[in-house]
Structures are given as structure tokens and as C-alpha cells.
Design a binder for this molecule. Sequence first.
Ligand SMILES: C[S@@+](CC[C@H](N)C(=O)[O-])C[C@H]1O[C@@H](n2cnc3c(N)ncnc32)[C@H](O)[C@@H]1O
Length: 234
Amino acid sequence: MPDPAAVNSMFGRIARRYDLANRLLSGGIDLWWRYRLVRAVKKQKPETITDLATGSGDVAFALCKALPPETEITGMDFCQPMLDQAEKKKQAKEAATYAKISFFLGDAMAIPLPDNSTDAVTISFGLRNIADRNQALCEMHRILKKEGGRLFVLEFSQPYPWFRPFYFFYLKHILPSIAALCTGDKSAYDYLCGSIEEFPNRNAISLEIQAAGFSKTQAIPLMLGSVALHIADV
Ligand SMILES: C[S@@+](CC[C@H](N)C(=O)[O-])C[C@H]1O[C@@H](n2cnc3c(N)ncnc32)[C@H](O)[C@@H]1O
């Protein structure tokens, strides 16, 4: 179980180089994964969206660009330096389009929002880093509207068996070195690789989502199963 203080401090250390590291380490494919999430959210036509563990805000910005202008989007994270990056990016973007996004500090295990208050909850590459997943998933269920509320989780998963040796070779032997060059913090990426390797597969995560009260869960494998998009109704 990740230690929240250590996770917070680690993201604080890499916040300034987080986006660059993402693009380099995934070869830009991370943009496609987030696009798949946004496309699924768009189909739901939500009026209010809460993006948890928003980090530097990429999902919030992509949602804002893709959804109608009246959609209210809030991005929440417990790491202030990551939110600072999100705010900085927001200031640099076209004010009229992105003004409707608000970023705020908060813990996904105790979300500072009322019950039944949001149509969609999104969380991209955040669930893996949360100390108590069940607690966080129950919180997501609590804040979602009981009429039509929907959860979207984008997260690393366990790849198809034949792809595992190549994937884990890259994760263990190549990725940390590129990350060290890019962020100057190899230990952060050693942690991230370990957390990806230990993370449960799609079926186990679907069961965890159901255990938190969600129904109609589906898990869509992306990139040979190494990433999954989970969608669940309240
Ligand atoms: C890998 S980043 C993902 C950022 C962003 N969603 C993305 O797709 O790039 C994980 C984020 O989870 C946040 N996080 C981890 N535990 C959290 C918690 N309990 N509450 C809120 N945010 C948390 C970290 O601060 C970090 O910004």
C-alpha cells in the first residue's frame, strides 16, 4: 500500500518535469489513452465532472476542450506542486476556453464535496497511487449523482502474457534511466515501475469497483492490456 506522505513528496519533486517525462516515457501514447477516456466521458454528456488526482491537469484540459462550454470541470489533487503546474498551464492557455476549470487541493480518500454532487468522476493514473483504494472508490461513489452518475478510471493494468517480458524489461531497465535523465529523480520512477508491476489486473480492479457500490462495470484493455479504461455506473 503506497504511503501517502511519500507519494505526495515524490510527485512534489517531479512536478515540474512530470509532463515532459510522460511524453518521453510513453512516446506520446499517453495522449491517446487520455483521449480514449475523454471520448468515453463525452458520450455520457455530463454537466459536472470531477477529475481526481488531476496532477498537472491534462485530463481536465482535454475534457474542457472536448465538451460543451457549459460543462463544469473541477480538478482535485493532494499535491500542491502538481496543482501549481496545472494552474500555470491554465494561465498560459486561452483564458475564455479554460476559465471554467477550477483546481483545488483535496484528498481522494476524503473528497471535500457533498454527496450526489457530480455527474462524472474521472481519475487517470491516480488510483494506483492512492493508499486506500476502497476508501477512495467509496468516496467517488458518494459524490456521484445517484441518477446517471458514472465513474471513469484510466490506469495501468497487467499486459497480455506474451507482451509481459518486453513490457517489464522496458519498465525495469529502460524507463528509470530515461526518467532519471529527464527529472533527475530515478527513485521516483523506480517506485512508479514497482507500483505498475504490483497493480491488480482488470478483473480484480472491476471487482474492487463493484465492492465500492458500483454496477455495470466494464474494462476496456488498451495497448495490449498494459492500460485499462474502467467505466462503471453508480
Ligand atoms: C501519475 S499522477 C496522474 C496525474 C494525472 N491524472 C495524469 O493523468 O497525468 C498521480 C497523481 O495522483 C495524486 N494523488 C495520489 N494520491 C492522492 C490522493 N490520496 N488524493 C489526491 N491525489 C492523489 C498525485 O499527487 C499525482 O498528482
